[in-house]
Design a protein around this ligand. Structure first.
Ligand code: SF4
Ligand code: SF4
Length: 300
């Protein structure tokens, strides 16, 4: 039996997760809790239950089957999450897809059989496989086995990471990774802790060590209005990036609030409700800051 790990999705024909056409494998679990996270279902290191009220027809089937008696029906189906043990029975029962369990255990062989189906697309487009999340480095043994399997099949690999892991972990995986998509969020440490839940010291140190060790890196910056889009932060980010070798470019990722419904489905509060996406002019102003520092930059 090959190594197993927990993922929450495998996305086919991805075109924004590295070069060419790719299959992206999303790992469950993340040590950060960014307020703008667009995959909040991936943050817990275990499966999580999602309930989408707009798909619920109040049939009551879930109430009947829940072994924990965690569900009540009163105008809508609600779940006492302190009783729920995420057994998934309600999700299997709900024929409307209103209930869904995110996060499931898979083996390396199972992931690879999915990934290998699209080999002709990778070959034709210069694509390959991307490991994202969540934070893939959190399950580094599983990731290592997947990377080795990809190497055996000559599939190019990308890892999309927050960079929050022991350097020894990153260093042990480096040789199997063609490109890192490395997130850089906020340069000021106090603000980084405030908005992501962790310090940026390890992240910045890993980014420098990775670059100096010769890994190819695209730095990704999520542009969050009112949080990290100020000139001071973007200039400081650009100057830090410019001081590093082996940076292939900078990708600014525009903010959107499409994840708000996921927070609701998880019974979590979306803290950026009042935040609106940038206009084109604001995005271009951000781009110029990086161009002035002679960095290759694009918006995604
Ligand atoms: S089984 Fe699905 S559709 Fe029926 S009440 Fe439960 S959540 Fe709603
Ligand atoms: S996942 Fe299991 S315990 Fe949780 S609400 Fe559904 S049936 Fe009940």
């Amino acid at each position: 039996m090959s190594e197993t790990g927990m993922i929450f999705d495998i996305k086919k024909y991805a075109i924004n997760d590295g070069p060419g056409i790719r299959t992206t494998v999303f790992f469950q679990g993340c040590p950060l809790a960014c307020q703008w996270c667009h995959n909040p279902e991936s943050q817990a290191n275990k499966p999580v239950l999602m309930y989408r009220a707009n798909r619920c027809v109040l049939c009551g089937a879930c109430v009947e089957v829940c072994p924990q008696h965690a569900i009540t029906l009163d105008g809508f189906s609600s779940t006492d999450r302190s009783l729920c043990n995420t057994c998934g029975v309600c999700a299997e029962t709900c024929y409307n897809g209103a209930r869904e369990l995110s996060g499931y255990q898979v083996s390396v062989d199972e992931v690879m059989s999915e990934v290998l189906r699209d080999t002709p697309f990778y070959e034709g487009s210069g694509g390959g496989v991307t490991f994202s999340g969540g934070e893939p480095l959190l399950q580094h043994r599983f990731l290592l086995e997947l990377l080795r399997a990809c190497r055996e099949h000559e599939l190019p690999t990308v890892v999309d990471t927050s960079g929050f892991a022991a350097w020894e972990v990153l260093n042990s995986l480096r040789e199997y990774i063609e490109l890192f998509l490395f997130d850089l969020k906020i340069m000021d440490d106090e603000r980084h802790i405030q908005y992501t839940g962790v310090s940026n010291r390890l992240i910045l140190s890993n980014l420098r060590q990775l670059a100096e060790a010769g890994s190819a890196i695209t730095v990704r910056i999520p542009l969050i209005p009112g949080i990290n889009d100020d000139e001071e932060n973007l200039r400081a980010s650009g100057e830090f990036i410019r001081s590093l070798p082996n940076i292939c470019g900078v990708e600014l990722m525009g903010y959107h609030d499409l994840a708000a419904a996921k927070y609701e489905a998880l019974g979590l509060e979306y803290q950026l409700k009042q935040v609106s996406a940038h206009g084109k002019d604001q995005l271009l102003r951000s781009v110029k800051i990086f161009e002035h520092l002679c960095l290759q930059v694009k918006i995604s």
